[in-house]
Design a protein around this ligand. Sequence first.
Ligand code: FES
Ligand code: FE2
Length: 443
Amino acid sequence: MTTAAEGAELTQTGPGTPMGELMRLYWMPALKSSELERDGAPVRFMLLGEKLIAFRDSAGKVGVMDHRCPHRGASLFLGRNEEGGIRCLYHGWKFDTSGQCIDMPSVPAHQDFKHKVRAKAYKAVERAGLVWVYMGSREAPPLPGFQILDAPDEEINVGMIQRDCNYLQAIEGEIDTAHFGYLHGGHADVDRLDESEPFYFTVTNRAPEFHVADAPWGTQYAGYRSAGAGRTYWRYSNFLFPFWTQAPNGEFDSHAHARAWVPIDDHHCMYVFIWWKHARAANSLPQPAYKDGTPIGGTGRGNRLLANTTDWMGRWRMADNAGNDWGMDRDAQRSNAIYSGIDGIHLQDQAITESMGPIVDHTFEHLGPSDQMITRTRRRLLRASRALSEQGTLPPGVEDGGVYHGARSGYFVSDDQRAWQDVYTHRLAAAMHPGPLPARAAE
Ligand code: FES
Ligand SMILES: [Fe+2]
């Protein structure tokens, strides 16, 4: 059970809040590199409730700063991005990517004090086609050591989708595997499925059992079902500090990926997905289908996005959203062509978590045995934020970014009879890994 006070502690991420301070210890993927052009228009965006702009200067360097000009607060979003910096429209003060004021043309030369003025700027680096931002006051840590970040940028795909709810309930949608056989596969006809179809085991037994434990990077679960004759169908999944998940939506052996749920503010988050081009995962496998080749309803690939706008919440939004009941098709729901009536696995998850409201009322819930991963993850986050605020103890992955390297998710069938965490360790050791070719064990 989570109290109202704990719910607030978990979901508030603005400056000065316990979880906000914890999140500010980490690099956050914030924009696609492709959103910023050299000397192009600045981009307006928010992170952890702060209104920011990003721009790429004449030399290609990225600047991220408070959108307010430190002179009198005019928005630098309106500014001119030219000749090595962003110039405020109001009185012409100009700032480089580090935030340093480098020109103060409206002040007489003998009264110029530009060397004393800095815009509130944050560190930014680019990796894997993303701009990562660090908002903390400590020295910046290394980027998280995910296996996927061992791959060169050209082997990595990235995508972004805004979700209109708090980051925590988006994460909890990810680590809740029990919904799969209903929300996504409640209509799947078991008799027409081949065992090799990834849907098969999740819909033949819709009430999996779980193992759940703390892990060096956060928490981990394994959902398991019998696959007959001494074999088990395993689905491993992870929560990783402070807002990352690894879902079981791909074959474990190649599923090097990471998914972030970065708080935009407390009512919106940005889903950032980073996946390996060599992975056999949901976004690269064919659409799930029956033995005769007929696609399973509601599992269409691809997400329809609106064109980005310059609004604070205008980037990477889905075309189907609360405004049209997420494209709900009641006929499809009634005929059981699609259990949910909503077409697309990501959209189904989006609809459910957004339908709870911007922040779910934790005192309203009745958590059950299939929610163990959720309760454990909440406790892990609360313990870490209290240890940080009360003792100054750093949470996992800040100084020890290597902890992420041991994390992988995905599904497989195995006759390995060892304990679940040993099954995991052995499977991971034999799996494909991004990086230089000789390191890819199974290729
Ligand atoms: S408010 Fe920006 S230069 Fe005056
Ligand atoms: Fe889902």
